[in-house]
Design a binder for this molecule. Structure first.
Ligand SMILES: [Zn+2]
Length: 242
């Protein structure tokens, strides 16, 4: 890494730390850019919302996420709200959501995306929203499941119920970050358990996750739901990693 890169990474970290400090003590600041929020703005400023890198996959039924899971999980719709890049506002927001105790970001992004989906009539396409479950111990440490927060936001603007108690993660998995596609599948294939199959019989499920990479987690959980009697599976993620 060159000294210029080191310096620029240092400035970026310092900027984000400063932003974390500002938003911790002054909650009326945007969690994307730390600028002051105007009346009517909630969690994110208008500029950050307008600049979010949207995929618009809901306008293209055949998209790269659906292609990624072809032959692995039969899907009705496959969508992601945003494009994930290693730097930039989406990475920053997801980091705040997962590691800095800001569950409200998940709800806010879910509300924005749910409104867009409802405007395209997707509010009639699903009966129930289910988030990918976290293992109990991880949920306890974090205090919430970030995917459930996104589900909660989607539910409020799509007017579709959500339920985080149907599926459970029975095995605590190690991080998927440095694993190959095959290792990721081996890591998650038997970890999900459907606790309340009676609640999904013949239902069109929208399964929700934070970031989709290979799709192994969604594939494993989706198969469990299909094996227990739901009629269709669709997926919606906060962001798509390349
Ligand atoms: Zn902002």
């Amino acid at each position: 890494m060159s000294s210029i890169q080191v310096k620029s990474n240092f400035i970026k970290s310092a900027f984000h730390l400063m932003g974390d400090f500002v938003t911790l003590f002054f909650p009326n600041h945007c969690l994307g850019c730390s600028s002051s929020l105007y009346k009517g703005e909630d969690i994110l400023c208008t500029r950050c919302i307008l600049e979010l890198p949207k995929t618009k996959y809901h306008e293209h039924v055949e998209n790269t996420i659906k292609a990624r899971l072809t032959g692995r999980l039969p899907l009705t719709y496959a969508m992601a709200f945003l494009q994930f890049r290693k730097t930039g506002v989406v990475q920053h927001l997801l980091h705040q959501l997962k590691y800095n105790n800001h569950p409200e970001i998940g709800v806010r992004l879910g509300k924005i995306y749910g409104k867009e989906l409802a405007d395209s009539d997707y509010d009639k396409a699903f009966d129930l929203i289910i988030p990918i479950p976290l293992h109990k111990s991880r949920r306890r440490t974090r205090g919430y499941n970030q995917s459930a927060k996104f589900a909660e936001g989607l539910s409020s603007t799509m007017n579709i119920p959500w339920d985080e108690s149907i599926a459970e993660r029975k095995i605590k998995t190690t991080t998927q970050t440095r694993k190959t596609k095959t290792e990721r599948w081996e890591n998650v294939r038997n970890v999900f358990y459907i606790k309340h199959p009676e609640r999904i019989i013949n239902k069109r499920i929208l399964l929700v996750d934070d970031v989709i990479t290979t799709g192994a987690t969604l594939e494993a959980c989706g198969h469990e739901l299909l094996n227990h009697g739901c009629s269709e599976i669709s997926i919606a993620c906060i962001a798509e990693a390349q």
